[in-house]
Design a protein. Structure first.
Length: 166
C-alpha cells in the first residue's frame, strides 16, 4: 500500500469521502440529461428521474461516473434502464445523438454534436442530481511546501479563484 505518495493533486472532489483529505473545488459542472435533437422529452416542460427511468439509458463507466450516477438514483424509487455500459464518451455521444438512448452527464464533457455530426441537446432535471466538482486535494493538516503553494496558486488563477493560504 502506498501512503503519502502525492502531496497535492487535481481530481474529482465530488467523489472524495476521505476525512484525511482536504479538498478545494475549482470547477462545479452541472449534470443534465443528454438527448437527441428529435427526442420527445424536449417537448416536456419538466423532466425528472421518473421520466428518465422510462428511457433506454447509456451508462458511462469512466472516472467513477457509474458509481456517481447510481448514488443519486439510489435515493429515488426509480432506476435507470441501462441498455449499455461503456467507458467511451464518444460511444455515449453517438448513441444519444442517434436517438438510441439517453444519458445524464456533466456539462464539462458535453459537446452539442456527435462524431457523425448529429445534434445532442441537454435538459435540466427537476430532481436533485449533484454536480461534478473538480478541484484540488491534499492531506489534511499538511504543511504546504513551496511547490504545493505554486501548484495551488496556478490552479486558483487559472480558474479565477481568490487566493487563500493553506
Amino acid at each position: 500500500m502506498l501512503v503519502n505518495r502525492y502531496d497535492i493533486s487535481v481530481l474529482l472532489t465530488s467523489n472524495i469521502l476521505n476525512s484525511a483529505l482536504t479538498t478545494e473545488t475549482l470547477l462545479r459542472s452541472i449534470r443534465r440529461l443528454w438527448v437527441s435533437a428529435q427526442h420527445s422529452l424536449l417537448k416536456r416542460t419538466a423532466v425528472g428521474l421518473q421520466n428518465i427511468a422510462e428511457e433506454p439509458y447509456i451508462m458511462l463507466t469512466v472516472d467513477e461516473a457509474a458509481y456517481s450516477s447510481l448514488k443519486y438514483w439510489s435515493t429515488t424509487p426509480y432506476q435507470p434502464r441501462v441498455m449499455l455500459r461503456t467507458s467511451s464518451i464518444e460511444a455515449v455521444r453517438s448513441m444519444v445523438a442517434n436517438n438510441l438512448g439517453v444519458a445524464i452527464l456533466s456539462d464539462m464533457v458535453h459537446r452539442p454534436w456527435s462524431l457523425e455530426g448529429r445534434r445532442i441537446e441537454t435538459i435540466n432535471i427537476t430532481d436533485p442530481v449533484p454536480p461534478m466538482d473538480v478541484g484540488l486535494a491534499w492531506r489534511a493538516n499538511s504543511d504546504f511546501t513551496p511547490a504545493m503553494h505554486a501548484f495551488r496558486r496556478y490552479f486558483q488563477q487559472a480558474f479565477g479563484l481568490p487566493g487563500t493560504n493553506a
